[in-house]
Write a protein that binds this ligand. Sequence first.
Ligand code: A2P
Length: 264
Amino acid sequence: MTFFEVTPEADDAVKVLDVKHWTDKLFSFSVERPTSFRFRSGEFVMLGLLDTLGKPLLRAYSVASPSWDERLSFYSIKVPDGPLTSRLQNIKVDDHIIMRKKPVGTLVLDALIPGKQIYMIATGTGIAPFASLIRDPELYDKYEQVNLIHTCRNKAELAYGKELVDRTKRDPLIGELALENLVYLSTTTRENSDVMGRPTDLIQNGKLFSLLSTTPFSPEKDRVMICGSLGMNTDMKLICEEFGLVEGANSQPGHYVVEKAFVG
Ligand code: A2P
């Protein structure tokens, strides 16, 4: 099958600046940021390639870089038979891909009413929007403590998040705030590690709160952002509701927000 190449002249073409393969299933990449492109931390855009007929084949990708950065970064799964990711995983520096310049999404600070602590709960590539949010100074203006929880099947899949948090704490702009107020907890479910278990189980048995030295979710002080697989999102929504939290949206801010991580 011959796929159309994205040329620099194609509509919404952006140049690839770096690509990093983390495991045989995960990779990240950055593209040049179009000069007029603005987004809110936590939002996603549609990006992809051209198919065999020359039509755009696009999927939703959360921007994983901070809104002040010159490049736009993304974090992706590689699905062996996935129409897009089976090809996107082969992109190289200086290639072009397509990115629509219309950012959208509900994982934004504007969709939450003010609170004291925020919990960002991610599984797999669901950490991508939080990679942007934890480098947004506004986050630290709004919350006294930021808790980032990332769960993957094994330790190799946690590498992206670990490096992200290390880099954030060393960042000249945001490092000091992150060192003081960002708490990171990573867990695995299918390989032994320091903390094991699904985030849902760790919340329900209370272990998450004792590990973070916090108290169970309360609508008065806690806000939650959720991004992962459909199953995790559904289970986490129920848990949030059990604690009395109400879902928020751009039009009506609430106590928690949820979005599906890209999976195809
Ligand atoms: P588990 O290994 O117990 O299925 P995946 O690689 O399938 O996207 O999963 C990423 C992580 O999300 C895994 O650690 C997986 O745990 C966890 N997970 C999957 N479904 C749920 C769920 N419904 N609630 C909480 N965590 C989940």
